[in-house]
Design a protein around this ligand. Structure first.
Ligand SMILES: N[C@@H](CCC(=O)N[C@@H](CS)C(=O)NCC(=O)O)C(=O)O
Length: 202
């Protein structure tokens, strides 16, 4: 099995952590989809990481689908088998991924030359991040979709979202305004799967 990933992608980090938590063996092929020489479109027509090449040659993307595929391979389950019990877990995962989408969009917009940036786009994405964080804090207070004693895919997705905010949006100081998430993330970030996948400073 081979994972096509960049080391800074929060979605790819989600899968790297899921693979580690499940104790699966997987080669890592580092590929940066923004570079002209990227090979990512050969695996994923959308040109995005992560993509996973299974041992049977099948290729899977995007990160929620790869997570589902990993569940078929054994190891500790990261989502409930029961479809009804699975819904709040996948909802929390989708909320976290959506915050990441907004953060990535805002980051890319803010990286454009000053005269070409659209302040409204950045503002709109930042509002999504703030509303999303408030919703995550509330869901965590209600323990909705989070794993509790056993880590699940929603925990991993939320951790990768918060890790991405640390990486690109340190100035938002999400810990100050979200104490429940802050205390919860401190324990999560100490796990070897998280500690070993912190994005490199670039
Ligand atoms: N929904 C996708 C998002 C993947 C994604 O947007 N990855 C970014 C890296 S952080 C990417 O490859 N972007 C390249 C591009 O958009 O061309 C997932 O969960 O896997």
């Amino acid at each position: 099995m081979k994972l096509i990933a960049s080391l800074t992608s929060p979605y790819a980090r989600k899968i790297r952590i899921a693979i580690a938590e499940k104790g699966l063996t997987c080669a890592l092929e580092v590929d940066i989809p923004w570079l002209p020489e990227t090979n990512v479109p050969a695996y994923n027509p959308l040109g995005k990481v992560p993509a996973l090449v299974a041992d049977d040659g099948g290729v899977w993307y995007d990160s929620p689908v790869i997570s589902l595929y990993l569940e078929t391979l054994g190891g500790p389950p990261l989502m409930p088998v029961d479809r009804v019990a699975n819904l709040p877990v996948r909802q929390t995962e989708a909320l976290a991924d959506g915050i990441t989408d907004a953060a990535v969009t805002a980051f890319l917009e803010a990286r454009r030359p000053a005269g070409q940036q659209d302040a409204d786009t950045i503002e709109r994405q930042l509002a999504k991040i703030q509303r999303g964080l408030a919703a995550l804090e509330e869901r965590l207070l209600q323990r909705k979709g989070f794993g509790g004693a056993l880590i699940n895919i929603a925990d991993i997705a939320v951790g990768c979202t918060l890790g991405y905010l640390d990486f690109r949006f340190g100035h938002l100081h999400w810990r100050t305004t979200h104490p429940e998430l802050s205390a919860w993330a401190a324990k999560l970030f100490a796990r070897p799967s998280f500690a070993s996948t912190v994005p490199p400073a670039v």
